[in-house]
Design a protein around this ligand. Structure first.
Ligand SMILES: [Zn+2]
Length: 119
């Protein structure tokens, strides 16, 4: 059994068993939520990262969003819905301390830019 807490190895755990999903991802992740979670500096830097095309991939599942954001190195970012609020993780030192870092901001903005309008 592989019990290591490797954030890049979580994909295999996402089984489609959540048939009682009551919180659409789109209603949770929006610009105001991102602004509220990130401090203003992280938000500004995340915006720039997104504008500069540093978000290298965005993978959306029903309940989570995973992406790679390039900074000083490549960081693995994940966003997901946890009890109708937005949860997040990033492999950068700032993110690992539990902060909604600029990489989380950049990934959020990338998703918002490509997401269809939430009904
Ligand atoms: Zn980060």
């Amino acid at each position: 059994m592989n019990a290591r807490p490797d954030p890049t190895a979580e994909d295999s755990r996402e089984k489609p068993t959540m048939s009682t999903m009551s919180t659409p991802f789109a209603s949770i992740l929006h610009k105001e939520a991102v602004k509220a979670l990130a401090d203003s500096r992280a938000y500004a830097r995340g915006q720039r990262y997104f504008a500069e095309g540093k978000v290298k991939s965005v993978t959306r599942n029903k309940t989570s969003l995973a992406g790679v954001v390039e900074g000083e190195r490549s960081y693995a970012v994940r966003l997901w819905v946890n009890e109708s609020s937005l949860a997040y993780s990033c492999s950068c030192p700032h993110g690992e301390e539990g902060n909604f870092c600029k990489h989380c901001v950049a990934l959020s903005l990338a998703w918002l830019a490509q997401a269809p309008k939430a009904e």
